[in-house]
Design a protein around this ligand. Sequence first.
Ligand code: SAM
Length: 241
Amino acid sequence: MEQFYALFEQVFAQNDLQPHVNEQNAATFEKLCSHILEVNKVHNLTAIRDVPGVVAKHFADSLTVAAFIPDGASVIDVGTGGGFPTLPLAVARQDLHITAIDSTAKKIAHVQNTAQLFGLSNVKAIACRAEELAQTTARESFDVATARAVSELRILCEITLPFVKVGGKLLAMKAASGEKELADASNAIFKLGGKLTVVHKFTLKDANGNQEERCIIEIAKVKQTPNNFPRQYAQILKKPL
Ligand code: SAM
């Protein structure tokens, strides 16, 4: 525990995540880290296979988005994969109501089992395609949509913005190259009822001094998304907005 706490405190402090550092979170993140590494031996959910890597590249990186999510918000995490940012957010921000979706049933089963095991009653996990769920009552019903490392921005906007209420926002979590995708995404953002608010740029630092540039693209939902979006996925890929 002491060794993990030192690592957790160091990495979180380096990434301006001090508000999330306390003994209770450290204890939960230590157990979550062991659980993820154990499940990964069988299910291969993440390429990151060591404790320092999970703490920096999954836990700290996931929590960089927390500062931009209002208190008590309903959040949809599109393409959550092994549960990122969903699981770290659900631990550190118990005020949030998070719906995690992914098209891969195996990944969603892991997120659901993990949420249950850790008593994260603020997480609901659904195996589905985003573009299909967005044509149900889930449409325009969330304050915030998050997505980390999901698709190119103009495609991502079409599978996420329809979920966001007018007045809410999309937080697209990307590597530094995400900023370059913005130039191609202006038409998609406009057509889907969004408006670029700000690009939050930062450097993710791990315990070994490695640094990676990241950005969070914040897009406000200013108008309802027209009913013909999102289109079928094949169409989205063939003719991105
Ligand atoms: N967000 C996780 C992370 O940062 O570790 C996973 C990222 S992974 C590279 C992208 C995930 O998005 C995959 O698990 C994939 O199944 C999911 N995905 C891509 N397109 C999707 C769609 N249209 N609907 C639902 N899930 C989708």
